[in-house]
Write a protein of this length. Sequence first.
Length: 179
Amino acid sequence: MRSGERLVRTLLLGCGVLSVATTLGIVASLAFEAVAFFREVPVLDYLTGTSWGPTFRPPSFGVLPLLGATVLIGLASMLVAVPVGLGAAVYLAEYARPGARRVLKPLLEVLAGIPTVVFGYFALTFITPTLVQRLLPGTGVFNALSAGLVMGVSGAMRRCCAKMVGAAQIAAMKPLRSR
């Protein structure tokens, strides 16, 4: 084996070891903090509590509202993401002109790469005050509707890109099947 290959192999091994060590460090940190948390909060209270208010006096740490909100936002985002994502994918794969496809596909791919946290911040600071609170006066800043809408659009972009790749693969295979 040449010295260049040996160096690359050593670097790749180092990257792999660093990745595993980082993952183990994260797991250990989370486990340490979880043990400290559950020394203060009984597990049964955490699993069956109906209020989440870690900054309240006295604090409450029931996880059920978080689970309920997660399910609600997930369902709302699927109601938006599935039709929008499929529609965009079908349009781009079957109906869009090549010029439109050249512009829209990379744009959707860039937007699909944005972290979910950024979309959540966008929902909180822009969608809620400019759209949701105007359409539904009295809606609080923290609401499931704006989160569901933004997460749905985010999911639609990801699905659209995946569907376009799938459609392109199927289209590429058609000439082979007809032979």
